[in-house]
Design a protein around this ligand. Structure first.
Ligand SMILES: [Zn+2]
Length: 320
């Protein structure tokens, strides 16, 4: 990790803490998904575990050269543990947090600190959250815990209150493009489309580009615009049938989601009053729930899409 893009205030704050030796036992990084919270958490771990960073250094990433920095990059440093939801699970389990607590209580092996990162901390089940609270109440010496989440409201208030909170903002368009320019080879004509669907979520943007999804999303967007402009029940059924195919359904969620966010923003800016905003927010929430159901359960996706389209057309004031 050579450089952190964006989040300058947060980086400055962490750097000041590192230089002054004024560190907390626990940090909570909050903010939108895909903006670099986990990246900064790993950078902070790297700086804490680095064997070769001068005290007055202006970096929050470590020296990037020593064996310790290399081990953090390779995810094999003996004084660093990362906890996240296990594959095919829906929550972080209590056993994972007990293992983390045991790890933090051990004497550091190669560095001054034992560091733990929990990503996405809001997915801890209640037993795991209570176990973590015990560790936060009596933090082992020389241990630092970094919690990462886009949903801090789902954490126990008693966990939040024991952490130093760093709220991350969405990335600017410029910073988002800088990160993607390093990792992709997008054509000039594609940048705006990727930004439109990603909204600063780097992880989403990279998957979106790697999957070559921009062209298909643009096609679906045109079909949706045509449907919303001209309506028609037969047309609505055709589009729903076409979009219900497995590979298109996930993209349909992206396209409809973006379309609805744009309608909400449009109604906020217009003179239509709070009623318009509320109506589009309700459709957006409905669509989110229906898509989640469609991706989780074996249900007829065409009917789900028809339900969403009907609500969208009615809310826009057009007739079917
Ligand atoms: Zn180093």
């Amino acid at each position: 990790m050579n450089e952190i893009v964006g989040h300058r205030e947060i980086v400055r704050g962490l750097q000041a803490g590192l230089q002054a030796g004024n560190l907390s036992h626990a940090y909570l990084f909050t903010g939108p998904e895909g903006v670099g919270k986990a990246t900064v958490a790993r950078a902070l771990a790297q700086a804490l575990l680095c064997q070769d960073t001068p005290k007055d250094s202006a970096t929050v990433t470590g020296c990037l050269r020593c064996s310790s920095c290399h081990k953090v990059v390779m995810c094999c440093h003996p004084d660093l543990i990362g906890v996240e939801m296990a594959e095919k699970k829906t929550r972080i389990a209590v056993d994972q947090i007990r293992e983390l607590a045991r790890f933090l209580s051990l004497t550091p092996m190669e560095s001054p600190w034992k560091v733990a990162i929990i990503d996405d901390a809001a997915t801890m089940n209640p037993a795991a959250a209570n176990a973590l609270l015990k560790t936060l109440e009596e933090p082992p010496a020389q241990s630092i815990l970094i919690l990462v989440t886009s949903r801090p409201g789902m954490l126990l208030a008693t966990i939040r209150s024991r952490c130093v909170i760093y709220p991350f903002n969405a990335l600017s368009k410029e910073d988002f493009f800088r990160i993607l320019a390093d990792k992709t080879s997008l054509k000039d004509t594609e940048w705006d489309g990727v930004w439109h669907y990603s909204e600063g979520n780097v992880g989403f943007g990279l998957n979106f580009v790697a999957g070559g999804q921009l062209d298909e999303c643009s096609r679906l967007h045109d079909e949706l615009r045509e449907l919303m402009t001209h309506g028609g029940l037969a047309r609505l059924c055709d589009v729903a049938e076409h979009w219900s195919k497995e590979e298109r359904f996930a993209l349909a969620r992206t396209v409809v989601g973006r379309w609805l966010v744009d309608r909400v923003r449009e109604s906020v800016r217009s003179d239509s009053g709070a009623g318009g905003v509320r109506a589009w927010l309700a459709v957006e929430a409905f669509a989110r729930e229906v898509f989640a159901r469609g991706e989780t359960f074996n249900v007829n996706k065409r009917y789900l899409l028809e339900g969403i389209f009907i609500k969208m057309i009615r809310t826009s004031g057009a007739s079917l």
